[in-house]
Design a protein around this ligand. Structure first.
Ligand SMILES: [Zn+2]
Length: 75
């Protein structure tokens, strides 16, 4: 998976998870389901939001270049 793709997908999963958590106001078990989805989004982020060059985790670095090795993200 490409880094930008992974960021997009993990963001969608995290937002979906939050939306499901909010539905917990209507039906409590949604809080648990939403939390699982939310955590899954984070796992995707941690696994794939990494430099293809040096493998360092990007965290909140959203630039086009790796701040550790200078490699362009998504060649
Ligand atoms: Zn790098």
């Amino acid at each position: 998976m490409k880094v930008k793709e992974a960021r997009k997908i993990s963001n969608i999963i995290i937002i979906t998870g939050l939306a499901i958590i909010l539905m917990g106001y209507i039906y409590k078990p949604f809080v648990i389901i939403g939390s699982i989805v939310f955590i899954y989004g984070f796992i995707v982020n941690i696994l794939y939001n990494r430099c293809p060059g040096c493998g360092k985790y990007f965290d909140r670095n959203t630039g086009d270049y790796c701040r550790y090795c200078g490699k362009k993200i998504d060649d």
